[in-house]
Design a protein around this ligand. Structure first.
Ligand code: PMP
Length: 383
């Protein structure tokens, strides 16, 4: 059976050109970049060439790019490092209730007062609400660029204009592939991302830190990354991250057309289906549906048996019985949130794959509805 992968927000396949660029750094150029000999120097060169490409992409200085193990670390660093560096007695952070768990959990872990801004029913955080929440002791505003579950795009440029003296961080993990990430245009002080969402390797990412931002390191050890992020560099990963960023083409027309085709066909062909989140301000690769009277996890497993890979909520939270915090934040009931399915397409997705997936989703939804209808009938007869 040919499997169909429709879960690109969870991770993407590595681009062959990225893999080729990384290969020499596993076994030939294997030096520790902090070593002073030629082995070390050639590894360091790999890192610095990568940093240059990345700085060009984000339109920043090379020294403003700090390599990490991925967006989870970068997001933890942004929250904890800013609070740690702050001179406020009672620092205040503004974030949203639809952030990735790594932001929400990091916020719980710092001694700071946190304001969680709720999005509207379309999944958009209002910059006016952010403005209203700013206080004298606000040290950080952290609002994600693109939501990982419903793909909604947040008004980053507008927030940067009203941020006052607070530092402004954005988790751009799901945005880098599709949206403008020029940090000067965006007006952000800090930005996080992960390599594996952009056809690059897993276990590597970065934090952009604008020069002179008040932030400290959160892990101690060696003097890597300007003394701010200790630990031996993931050299092949960093080289791969640079290559993946270099390969990004912000021409989203094909992906957008394919995604729009998927949405309109599902809404037309499957009764009792609806799309979650704004259609207008949305990542071109994301579709998130709710199917009435269907349990999302059951649908996921049925589709998996048919070789179709999709997700319910975010991959990181699936497996738990809690409904998605994003879907409940935009007003879905627990039942509706449990009936949701996320489909995220990628650059290698074809129309044929979409057609096969739609027909299998339709069959599976009907099957599950019939099953739950039968169970209900049986129950009623027993009463
Ligand atoms: N932020 C967002 C918006 C994400 O989608 C993810 C990955 N699901 C992360 C942070 C964490 O990325 P990683 O697991 O690569 O550290």
């Amino acid at each position: 059976m040919k499997r169909i992968y429709l879960d690109h927000a969870a991770t993407t396949p590595i681009d062959k050109r990225v893999l080729r660029a990384m290969m020499p750094y596993f076994s030939d150029k294997y030096g520790n970049p902090m070593s002073l000999h030629s082995f070390g120097r050639e590894a360091l060169r790999g890192i610095e060439v990568s940093r240059e490409k990345i700085a060009k992409f984000f339109n920043c200085e090379k020294q403003e790019i700090y390599f990490t193990s991925g967006a989870t670390e970068s997001n933890n660093w942004a929250i904890k490092g800013v609070v740690k560096a702050s001179q406020e007695k009672n620092p205040h952070i503004i974030t949203s209730s639809i952030e990735h768990h790594c932001i929400l959990e990091a916020c719980k872990d710092v001694s700071a007062e946190i304001t969680y801004i709720k999005p509207d029913k379309n999944g958009i955080v209002s910059f006016k609400d952010v403005k209203k929440a700013i206080k004298k002791n606000t040290v950080l505003i952290s609002i994600m660029y693109v939501n990982n579950e419903i793909g909604t795009v947040q008004p980053i440029k507008e927030i940067s204009k009203i941020k006052g003296k607070a530092l402004f961080h954005t988790d751009a993990t799901q945005a880098v592939n599709y949206f403008d990430c020029d940090v000067k245009n965006l007006g952000v002080d800090l930005l996080s991302m992960s390599g594996h969402k952009i056809y690059g390797p897993k276990g590597v990412g970065l934090l952009y830190i604008k020069n002179n931002s008040r932030i400290t390191s959160i892990q101690q050890g060696g003097s890597q990354e300007g003394d701010l992020r200790a630990g031996t560099h993931n050299v092949p990963g960093i080289v791969g991250l640079g290559k993946a960023i270099e390969l990004i083409k912000k021409n989203n027309k094909n992906i957008l057309n394919l995604r729009n085709y998927l949405i309109s066909k599902i809404l037309k062909e499957i009764k009792g289906s609806k799309i979650n989140g704004s259609l207008e301000y949305r990542s071109p690769n994301n579709a998130n549906f709710t199917f009435d009277n269907v349990e999302g996890e059951s649908l996921l497993f049925l589709l998996d048996e048919e070789g179709i890979a999709v997700s319910t909520g975010s991959a990181c939270s699936s497996g738990s019985l809690k409904p998605s915090h994003v879907l409940t934040a935009i007003g879905l009931s627990h039942k509706e949130a449990h009936g949701s399915l996320r489909i995220t397409i990628g650059k290698e997705t074809t129309k044929k794959e979409i057609d096969v997936a739609i027909s299998k989703i339709k069959n599976s939804v009907e099957k599950l509805r019939k099953l739950s209808g039968d169970v209900l009938k049986e129950y009623e007869q027993l009463q």
